[in-house]
Design a binder for this molecule. Structure first.
Ligand code: SF4
Length: 335
């Protein structure tokens, strides 16, 4: 009988079992706080990991205790045949949970194939329910397509479906309450994500972060009382609340005002095969070369994963004067 591999523990005792995989750095919209309108730099297509390489990496990582996979981008649905990868990852022993983060623009047309691949958990990045403000933020007039995608996903039975709302101050305030109302009506959990310094245009500023406590106060005032939901998994990034009238839940990913790095269980694989121990990591380790060097490198890939976890820092340094933005923009790291 195989001896179970030693768990992926870092030097702070944090267990790593959650892998976020960016399957592309391309996107079909242009959120101003993530990408420039024009001139975004992309990885050469030849450098992008194939589905077979991603699957092999996941098999190795699963052997080390990774059980949860989140597929991200850029926009993952612009990657052709994504359902084929999802179906393959569902067959990897040890993988118990696969989720997708999408902007929803292509969801309506791909929902059936995604559903057939076994996918159920969706996070849809949508900052507003206002078509004009959507176009202002994303520089694309795709709001109706996103709403059609949400309708289709719910009709097919995807769930849980959550919305990711990037909370930029002096922009999103008018959307905070309508989003929560929409979530209550449709049984969708709204996740408000404090704006993080991950854009390449250096637009981020502490004064542009709409803080969790401010949003909570808005919801309490406009909708009603909320109570915290005890965390089933304290390592999950969101702090969750339910409305005391029993209708609807909201969550906050308060990376700036209430960092949760002490419980971090996440590793990230970029579309061009770099392993990152943190969203804000400055350093990253290439595994593409090992994946393309042939089947004999499994042990070396295992060593690389373990070393990456051992090298992991305590957490981001956004709230210190040591903070240095990561050398990669959000669209090439993935959420
Ligand atoms: S900032 Fe880095 S260390 Fe902190 S929770 Fe996010 S990925 Fe983990």
């Amino acid at each position: 009988m195989n001896t179970p591999a030693a768990p992926l523990l870092d030097t702070y005792g944090r267990l790593h079992d959650n892998l976020r995989i960016s399957v592309t750095d391309r996107c079909n919209i242009r959120c101003f706080y993530c990408m420039p309108e024009t001139g975004a730099e992309y990885v050469d297509r030849a450098e992008i990991l194939s589905f077979e390489e991603i699957e092999r990496f996941v098999r190795i990582a699963a052997g080390l205790g990774v059980t949860k996979i989140r597929l991200t981008g850029g926009e993952p649905l612009v990657r052709k045949d994504l359902p084929r990868l999802i179906a393959a990852l569902h067959q990897v022993p040890g993988i118990r949970d696969i989720a997708l983060t999408t902007n929803g623009v292509l969801l309506a047309e791909q929902a059936q194939a995604l559903y057939d691949s076994g996918l159920r958990r969706l996070n849809i990045h949508l900052d507003t329910l206002d078509r004009q403000r959507f176009a202002h933020i994303t520089r694309r007039d795709d709001f109706p397509r996103v709403m059609a995608g949400i309708d289709r996903a719910q009709a097919l039975g995807f769930g849980p479906i959550k919305f990711n709302v990037v909370a930029v101050k002096n922009l999103i305030e008018p959307d905070i309450v309508p989003m929560a109302r929409f979530g209550r009506e449709r049984g969708i959990e709204i996740r408000y994500i404090e704006f993080m310094p991950l854009d390449h245009q250096s637009l981020w500023d502490r004064n542009r972060v709409l803080l969790m406590d401010t949003m909570l106060e808005m919801l309490r005032r406009e909708i009603g009382p909320l109570e915290p939901i005890p965390d089933p998994d304290p390592r999950a990034p969101a702090t969750e609340f339910r409305f005391t009238d029993g209708i609807g839940r909201v969550g906050f990913i308060a990376s700036v005002s209430k960092p949760f790095c002490l419980n971090c269980n996440r590793l990230r694989l970029t579309s061009d095969g770099k392993l990152r121990y943190c969203l804000f990591a400055i350093d990253e380790t290439d595994v593409k070369g090992l994946l393309r060097a042939g089947k004999q490198t499994d042990e070396e890939i295992i060593r690389t994963i373990r070393q990456t976890v051992r090298d992991k820092w305590l957490g981001h340094e956004i709230n210190t004067n040591r903070f240095v933005p990561p050398p990669r923009p959000m669209h090439s790291i993935g959420g």
